[in-house]
Design a protein around this ligand. Sequence first.
Ligand code: NAI
Ligand code: MG
Length: 365
Amino acid sequence: MPSDTVFKVAAIPGDGIGVDITEAAKEVLNKLAQCDGTFRFDFTTFDWSSKAYLERGWYMPEDAIATLKKHDAIYFGAVGWPSVPDHISLWNMILPIRKELNQYVNVRPTRILPGTKSPLVGCQKDPKQLDWIIVRENSEGEYAGQGGTTHGHENYAVATELAIFSYVGIERIMRFAFETAKQRPRKKLTMVTKSNAQRHGMVLWDKVFYTVAKEYEGVVEFDKMLVDAMTVRMVNRPDSLDVIVATNLHADILSDLAAALAGSIGIAPSSNLDPSRKYPSMFEPIHGSAPDIAGKGIANPLGAFWSAAEMVRWLGAGKLDAQADTLMQAIENVTVAGVKTRDLGGDRGTQEVTKAVLDQVERLI
Ligand code: NAI
Ligand code: MG
């Protein structure tokens, strides 16, 4: 990496705890860059949020996507606030960004951080039992946006929500999932479906999976699970899973469960990727704006830091893996030391945990 490398990052803190954890993530990223000395970040922060929407009537300006395209990556906090219906906030911010920037993959790693506790008894004895990567299809399925409401209102209203599955869309996510599994030590992939009840889209989903799977026979071990049974397997046999591929909706739900099984939704990261690298990818913790704890200074920033580490890894394209690993090590040193927020059983605030991670980054480099 040339020593004058500058990454232009669009920061969108959004609402609630999204604001606190984005600020904390920027601090940690700047510290990492400053200590490392080979690269730096040029952040531009955008005040797109539900609060701003209530004041001016829009979430993002008309040229938002064009503006975002001028950046190397996007760091996102969370969007959503009780005074705005959730489908308005989601469909005016996060979903258009994912779609317009071709971020068709959402990668959600889950594991138990050292010094933290899983609610699963087996994982309390052996935390390594839970080490998964959930690959979420991020562009179609149940979030395609097709559907509508007709026949007026009240008891005559009819609403449809179409789940869209295209051959191309399925094939590209399956290929990404197999490649991800191939690079992992255990090389296992579990495909999640509901093709017993959903006999069109999900049957195509299965068919394309097995077509792509032919190219990986003998390289990646693969199997198929119905989504309902998958929840049971995640709880009862976590060690039998490695990489998991699922639709937009299924993976959304399963990844919240995964985060809870790993200790807290507050630690879970995600990367919205355009694997072609034509457009910037977006990094965000999987949690929402958490209105119940917003403004209290107790949000766990670790999911935000883990997402930041994934951003560094992506931006470096193989050249900043050591720096991303350093950030992860800093996070783990802090959890081991017992500096934890309440959701992880600790009593520290967002700022204390952030300070501890900053100190560790400085110590490790
Ligand atoms: P949420 O993830 O915001 O909160 C669920 C629960 O987890 C709450 O009890 C919260 O306090 C806790 N929690 C979440 N993050 C935490 C953290 N970092 N540290 C400690 N505790 C944490 O999900 P919820 O309540 O369903 O949604 C709240 C709002 O966020 C809604 O408007 C929703 O639409 C939006 N949302 C936005 C997302 C995004 O921007 N990508 C993702 C999920 C929800
Ligand atoms: Mg979610």
